[in-house]
Design a protein around this ligand. Structure first.
Ligand code: UTP
Length: 293
């Protein structure tokens, strides 16, 4: 069976409580790192991986995510009249022409597993990717999802991204055990959501990139609420593992947890230092600010 990954799901229907009060009106995914919202970084990574259909799982408070990918008529007219062609191209090229967007609603934030299930009518039974935009992955070469899609298509397996975390942090993540892990990947034997360090099977933590076989959907239909009272994607993956190969993959790149305040600050520093127009000023300001402290 061919294992081609062309569709990606972006679950953006969470409440974003760790960023209140900002997220009272601004969705977490629209918070900027330098000059782009988090969602744009994830979408760019997906398109680079060969994805042509973007499925956003949103809720009634997240109109700005749909608006962002829509045409901005008035703004375009103004920029055109003013002859600001560079800015015009920037807002017109938020998405390449061959890419289409589909929006589905998650009426209630019942958990990540439930959010992914909401995309089933668009995905069907094909393999697909899931990207959590608050995990921002910086890389110089092929993006993290592209690396995973290459592996998934080569091995016809589901692939979950992982990174090692300090033992005391296991209870914040899904944790996998992959005893045959060599180089960058290995088959997952066990996956558990938010285990305490004393019972965690390893310190390999799942981060927000997945390539999943369509076989996950019938499992998600039956998955009941787990850790935190939410329908957990991790629990469905634990079930998928019983019949299907699922690989853990340690991507090349640096992940910023932009679901936390410090993660967003670190990402902003990294991207500013990497930005051709801003790097010098950003570095000079940081040096001066640190010297004052
Ligand atoms: P988080 O665990 O980060 O939750 O969700 P959250 O609600 O976004 O943020 P906090 O913890 O309250 O600050 C991980 C991802 O899953 C999505 C979120 O939008 C985020 O991308 N999600 C979570 C949903 O789409 N629906 C849900 O019911 C839960």
């Amino acid at each position: 069976m061919s294992f081609k990954v062309k569709k990606a799901v972006f679950p953006v229907a969470g409440l974003g409580t760790r960023f209140l009060p900002a997220t009272k009106t601004v969705p977490k995914e629209m918070l900027p790192v330098v000059d782009k919202p988090l969602i744009q970084y994830a979408v760019d990574e997906a398109i680079e991986a060969g994805i042509d259909t973007l499925v956003f799982v949103t809720n009634r408070y997240k109109h700005s995510v749909a608006d962002y990918f829509d045409k901005a008529y008035e703004l375009e007219q103004k920029l055109e009249k003013a002859g600001k062609s560079e800015l015009l191209a920037m807002i017109r090229d938020v998405l390449p022409r061959h890419v289409r967007c589909v929006f589905v609603t998650q009426a209630e934030a019942l958990g990540l597993g439930h959010a992914v299930l909401c995309a089933r009518p668009v995905i069907g039974d094909e393999p697909f990717a899931v990207l959590l935009p608050d995990d921002l992955i910086w890389s110089r070469g092929r993006g993290a999802l592209g690396q995973m899609v290459d592996l998934a298509e080569r091995t016809a397996s589901s692939v979950i991204s992982v990174q090692t975390v300090p033992n005391e942090q296991t209870s914040s993540y899904g944790i996998v055990s992959a005893p045959t892990f060599t180089g960058r990947y290995g088959a997952i034997e066990q996956i558990v959501e938010k285990p305490k360090p004393e019972v965690a099977p390893s310190n390999l933590a799942v981060v927000g990139r997945y390539v999943l076989s369509g076989a996950i959907f019938p499992i998600l239909e039956k998955t009941r609420s787990g850790a935190g009272g939410e329908i957990q994607l991790t629990d469905a993956i634990a079930e998928l593992l019983r019949n299907d190969p699922v690989l853990a993959y340690q991507f090349e790149g640096r992940r910023f947890d932009c679901g936390t305040r410090i993660g967003l600050i670190e990402a902003t520093i990294q991207y500013a230092l990497d930005h051709e127009d801003l790097a010098d000023e950003a570095r000079a300001y940081m040096q001066a600010a640190l010297a004052e402290k």
